[in-house]
Design a protein around this ligand. Structure first.
Ligand SMILES: Nc1ncnc2c1ncn2[C@@H]1O[C@H](COP(=O)(O)OP(=O)(O)OP(=O)(O)O)[C@@H](O)[C@H]1O
Ligand SMILES: [Mg+2]
Ligand SMILES: [Zn+2]
Length: 239
Protein backbone atom coordinates (compact mmCIF):
# COMPACT_ATOMS: atom_id res chain seq x y z
CA UNK A 1 0.00 0.00 0.00
CA UNK A 2 1.65 3.21 -1.17
CA UNK A 3 0.20 6.58 -0.40
CA UNK A 4 1.31 9.35 -2.74
CA UNK A 5 -1.03 12.03 -1.41
CA UNK A 6 0.92 15.29 -1.11
CA UNK A 7 1.63 16.19 2.52
CA UNK A 8 -0.17 19.53 2.27
CA UNK A 9 -3.37 17.73 1.17
CA UNK A 10 -3.20 15.19 3.99
CA UNK A 11 -2.98 17.82 6.69
CA UNK A 12 -5.09 20.58 5.13
CA UNK A 13 -7.91 20.22 7.66
CA UNK A 14 -5.49 20.44 10.57
CA UNK A 15 -4.70 24.03 9.68
CA UNK A 16 -1.31 24.07 7.95
CA UNK A 17 -0.12 27.63 8.59
CA UNK A 18 0.67 29.71 5.45
CA UNK A 19 4.19 30.91 4.62
CA UNK A 20 5.12 34.48 5.50
CA UNK A 21 5.08 36.79 2.47
CA UNK A 22 8.81 37.34 2.95
CA UNK A 23 9.62 33.68 3.64
CA UNK A 24 13.20 32.94 2.60
CA UNK A 25 12.41 29.26 2.10
CA UNK A 26 14.72 28.29 5.00
CA UNK A 27 12.37 28.93 7.89
CA UNK A 28 12.82 32.67 8.29
CA UNK A 29 11.20 35.85 7.04
CA UNK A 30 12.87 39.25 6.89
CA UNK A 31 10.84 42.00 8.53
CA UNK A 32 11.51 45.67 9.28
CA UNK A 33 10.78 46.87 12.80
CA UNK A 34 9.22 50.29 13.47
CA UNK A 35 12.68 51.95 13.32
CA UNK A 36 13.36 50.53 9.90
CA UNK A 37 15.91 48.01 11.23
CA UNK A 38 15.87 44.68 9.53
CA UNK A 39 15.19 41.62 11.63
CA UNK A 40 14.06 38.06 11.06
CA UNK A 41 11.14 36.11 12.43
CA UNK A 42 10.33 32.44 12.04
CA UNK A 43 8.08 31.57 9.13
CA UNK A 44 5.13 29.59 10.48
CA UNK A 45 4.56 27.98 7.08
CA UNK A 46 8.05 26.49 7.19
CA UNK A 47 7.51 25.39 10.81
CA UNK A 48 4.26 23.68 9.71
CA UNK A 49 6.05 21.86 6.91
CA UNK A 50 8.59 20.50 9.37
CA UNK A 51 5.80 19.31 11.63
CA UNK A 52 4.05 17.65 8.66
CA UNK A 53 7.17 15.77 7.61
CA UNK A 54 7.82 14.56 11.18
CA UNK A 55 4.20 13.51 11.70
CA UNK A 56 4.06 11.66 8.40
CA UNK A 57 7.17 9.69 9.30
CA UNK A 58 5.39 8.45 12.46
CA UNK A 59 2.11 7.39 10.83
CA UNK A 60 2.14 3.94 9.19
CA UNK A 61 0.56 3.85 5.76
CA UNK A 62 -2.74 2.23 6.80
CA UNK A 63 -3.51 5.06 9.18
CA UNK A 64 -2.60 7.95 6.85
CA UNK A 65 -6.15 8.41 5.60
CA UNK A 66 -7.39 11.68 7.15
CA UNK A 67 -10.35 11.11 9.49
CA UNK A 68 -12.55 13.41 11.50
CA UNK A 69 -11.60 13.59 15.17
CA UNK A 70 -14.28 12.73 17.71
CA UNK A 71 -15.56 15.97 19.31
CA UNK A 72 -13.99 15.17 22.71
CA UNK A 73 -10.68 14.38 21.02
CA UNK A 74 -10.77 17.68 19.11
CA UNK A 75 -11.37 19.47 22.44
CA UNK A 76 -8.39 17.67 23.97
CA UNK A 77 -6.20 18.77 21.04
CA UNK A 78 -7.28 22.40 21.52
CA UNK A 79 -5.76 22.38 25.01
CA UNK A 80 -2.33 22.09 23.39
CA UNK A 81 0.47 21.94 25.94
CA UNK A 82 -2.10 22.12 28.76
CA UNK A 83 -3.69 18.85 27.59
CA UNK A 84 -3.26 15.95 30.03
CA UNK A 85 -4.33 12.35 29.46
CA UNK A 86 -6.67 11.11 26.75
CA UNK A 87 -7.92 7.56 27.12
CA UNK A 88 -9.59 6.12 24.01
CA UNK A 89 -11.49 3.03 24.90
CA UNK A 90 -13.71 0.76 22.84
CA UNK A 91 -14.21 -2.60 21.19
CA UNK A 92 -12.02 -4.21 18.58
CA UNK A 93 -11.90 -2.36 15.26
CA UNK A 94 -13.83 0.76 16.28
CA UNK A 95 -11.00 3.07 15.19
CA UNK A 96 -9.03 3.86 18.37
CA UNK A 97 -5.57 3.55 16.86
CA UNK A 98 -6.55 5.67 13.85
CA UNK A 99 -7.99 8.34 16.19
CA UNK A 100 -4.80 8.23 18.24
CA UNK A 101 -2.58 8.86 15.19
CA UNK A 102 -4.72 11.79 14.04
CA UNK A 103 -5.04 13.21 17.55
CA UNK A 104 -1.23 13.10 17.66
CA UNK A 105 -0.99 14.84 14.27
CA UNK A 106 -3.47 17.54 15.25
CA UNK A 107 -1.75 18.09 18.60
CA UNK A 108 1.63 18.48 16.87
CA UNK A 109 0.22 21.16 14.55
CA UNK A 110 -1.52 22.85 17.47
CA UNK A 111 1.69 23.09 19.49
CA UNK A 112 4.07 23.24 16.49
CA UNK A 113 5.86 20.20 17.84
CA UNK A 114 7.99 18.48 15.21
CA UNK A 115 8.21 14.75 15.95
CA UNK A 116 11.91 13.94 16.22
CA UNK A 117 13.80 10.83 17.31
CA UNK A 118 15.93 10.66 20.41
CA UNK A 119 19.43 12.01 19.90
CA UNK A 120 22.63 12.63 21.79
CA UNK A 121 23.65 16.24 22.18
CA UNK A 122 27.22 17.09 22.97
CA UNK A 123 28.16 20.41 24.54
CA UNK A 124 31.70 21.06 25.78
CA UNK A 125 32.45 17.36 25.63
CA UNK A 126 29.49 16.44 27.78
CA UNK A 127 27.01 14.01 26.25
CA UNK A 128 23.34 14.20 27.02
CA UNK A 129 20.51 12.13 25.58
CA UNK A 130 17.53 14.15 24.36
CA UNK A 131 14.33 12.08 24.43
CA UNK A 132 12.16 11.85 21.29
CA UNK A 133 9.74 14.78 21.12
CA UNK A 134 6.84 12.46 20.34
CA UNK A 135 6.82 8.75 21.10
CA UNK A 136 4.12 6.46 19.66
CA UNK A 137 4.49 2.88 20.83
CA UNK A 138 2.39 -0.26 21.06
CA UNK A 139 2.11 -1.28 24.69
CA UNK A 140 3.39 -4.81 24.03
CA UNK A 141 6.47 -3.37 22.27
CA UNK A 142 7.15 -1.11 25.24
CA UNK A 143 6.79 -4.10 27.57
CA UNK A 144 9.36 -5.97 25.47
CA UNK A 145 11.76 -3.07 25.99
CA UNK A 146 11.05 -3.16 29.72
CA UNK A 147 11.95 -6.78 30.41
CA UNK A 148 14.45 -7.39 33.22
CA UNK A 149 16.65 -9.37 30.80
CA UNK A 150 17.19 -6.26 28.68
CA UNK A 151 20.51 -4.49 29.12
CA UNK A 152 19.05 -1.04 29.23
CA UNK A 153 15.55 -0.56 30.58
CA UNK A 154 16.44 2.93 31.80
CA UNK A 155 16.42 4.43 28.30
CA UNK A 156 12.83 3.52 27.31
CA UNK A 157 11.65 4.71 30.71
CA UNK A 158 13.42 8.07 30.45
CA UNK A 159 12.34 8.52 26.81
CA UNK A 160 8.71 7.77 27.67
CA UNK A 161 8.80 10.12 30.64
CA UNK A 162 10.52 12.92 28.75
CA UNK A 163 8.70 12.93 25.39
CA UNK A 164 6.47 15.97 25.00
CA UNK A 165 3.70 13.60 23.89
CA UNK A 166 3.52 9.86 24.58
CA UNK A 167 1.04 7.57 22.84
CA UNK A 168 0.58 4.09 24.25
CA UNK A 169 -1.44 1.97 21.86
CA UNK A 170 -3.46 -1.08 22.85
CA UNK A 171 -2.81 -1.25 26.56
CA UNK A 172 -4.36 -4.20 28.35
CA UNK A 173 -3.81 -6.72 25.58
CA UNK A 174 -1.05 -8.37 27.59
CA UNK A 175 -0.37 -8.78 31.29
CA UNK A 176 3.22 -7.73 31.95
CA UNK A 177 5.47 -9.11 34.69
CA UNK A 178 5.79 -7.39 38.04
CA UNK A 179 9.11 -5.86 36.99
CA UNK A 180 7.62 -4.46 33.79
CA UNK A 181 4.58 -3.13 35.69
CA UNK A 182 6.93 -1.28 38.01
CA UNK A 183 8.67 0.35 35.01
CA UNK A 184 5.32 1.26 33.49
CA UNK A 185 4.39 2.81 36.82
CA UNK A 186 7.56 4.95 36.74
CA UNK A 187 6.56 6.25 33.31
CA UNK A 188 2.93 6.93 34.10
CA UNK A 189 3.61 8.39 37.53
CA UNK A 190 6.14 10.86 36.12
CA UNK A 191 3.84 12.06 33.35
CA UNK A 192 0.96 12.23 35.83
CA UNK A 193 3.08 14.30 38.22
CA UNK A 194 4.21 16.62 35.43
CA UNK A 195 0.66 16.79 34.01
CA UNK A 196 2.13 16.00 30.60
CA UNK A 197 -0.04 14.93 27.66
CA UNK A 198 -0.45 11.26 26.92
CA UNK A 199 -2.80 9.25 24.73
CA UNK A 200 -3.76 5.69 25.67
CA UNK A 201 -5.89 3.31 23.64
CA UNK A 202 -7.39 0.19 25.14
CA UNK A 203 -10.24 -2.26 24.79
CA UNK A 204 -11.16 -1.65 28.43
CA UNK A 205 -11.70 1.46 30.58
CA UNK A 206 -8.91 2.59 32.96
CA UNK A 207 -10.29 1.00 36.15
CA UNK A 208 -10.61 -2.39 34.45
CA UNK A 209 -6.88 -2.29 33.73
CA UNK A 210 -5.83 -2.77 37.33
CA UNK A 211 -5.67 -6.56 36.96
CA UNK A 212 -3.24 -6.21 34.07
CA UNK A 213 -1.08 -3.20 34.89
CA UNK A 214 -1.62 -2.79 38.61
CA UNK A 215 -3.92 -0.59 40.64
CA UNK A 216 -1.53 2.37 40.90
CA UNK A 217 -1.23 2.80 37.14
CA UNK A 218 -4.96 2.27 36.58
CA UNK A 219 -5.85 4.76 39.28
CA UNK A 220 -3.60 7.47 37.81
CA UNK A 221 -5.13 6.97 34.38
CA UNK A 222 -8.60 7.23 35.89
CA UNK A 223 -7.69 10.57 37.52
CA UNK A 224 -5.63 12.26 34.87
CA UNK A 225 -7.14 10.98 31.65
CA UNK A 226 -10.30 12.06 29.98
CA UNK A 227 -11.98 8.82 28.99
CA UNK A 228 -13.45 8.95 25.49
CA UNK A 229 -15.49 5.94 24.35
CA UNK A 230 -14.93 4.94 20.72
CA UNK A 231 -18.11 3.19 19.66
CA UNK A 232 -19.62 1.66 16.55
CA UNK A 233 -19.20 -1.55 14.58
CA UNK A 234 -15.90 -3.32 13.88
CA UNK A 235 -14.72 -1.28 10.88
CA UNK A 236 -12.58 -4.18 9.69
CA UNK A 237 -15.66 -6.40 9.25
CA UNK A 238 -17.66 -3.76 7.43
CA UNK A 239 -14.74 -2.87 5.15
N1 LIG B 1 -13.00 7.33 11.14
C1 LIG B 1 -12.61 6.38 10.29
N2 LIG B 1 -12.98 6.43 9.00
C2 LIG B 1 -12.64 5.46 8.14
N3 LIG B 1 -11.89 4.38 8.48
C3 LIG B 1 -11.49 4.28 9.75
C4 LIG B 1 -11.82 5.28 10.72
N4 LIG B 1 -11.28 4.90 11.90
C5 LIG B 1 -10.65 3.75 11.66
N5 LIG B 1 -10.77 3.36 10.39
C6 LIG B 1 -10.21 2.12 9.79
O1 LIG B 1 -10.81 1.02 10.46
C7 LIG B 1 -9.86 -0.01 10.69
C8 LIG B 1 -9.75 -0.29 12.19
O2 LIG B 1 -9.30 0.88 12.87
P1 LIG B 1 -8.28 0.81 14.09
O3 LIG B 1 -7.16 -0.12 13.80
O4 LIG B 1 -7.96 2.20 14.45
O5 LIG B 1 -9.24 0.16 15.20
P2 LIG B 1 -8.90 -0.15 16.74
O6 LIG B 1 -10.08 0.34 17.53
O7 LIG B 1 -7.59 0.41 17.10
O8 LIG B 1 -8.91 -1.74 16.78
P3 LIG B 1 -8.16 -2.74 17.85
O9 LIG B 1 -8.95 -2.66 19.12
O10 LIG B 1 -8.27 -4.08 17.21
O11 LIG B 1 -6.76 -2.27 17.99
C9 LIG B 1 -8.56 0.48 10.08
O12 LIG B 1 -8.43 -0.01 8.78
C10 LIG B 1 -8.73 1.99 10.06
O13 LIG B 1 -7.96 2.61 9.06
MG1 LIG C 1 -5.79 -0.50 17.69
ZN1 LIG D 1 8.18 29.61 4.90
Amino acid sequence: MVDDTPIADLFRDLGMPPHHENCDGYGWANVDDENGHMGAIRCMGCAGENVAAGVLALIPVRFRKPIELLPAVAEWVKRGNQAEGLFLCGNVGTGKTHQAYWAMAAWCFRTLTTPASARVSETYGEQRRIPPSVKFIRATTLFDELRPSNQNTRQPVVDSQGARLLILDDLGAEKPSEFTCEKLYEIVDQRYADAKPMIVTSNVPPRALSDQVGERVASRFAEYCEVVPVTGPDRRKSA
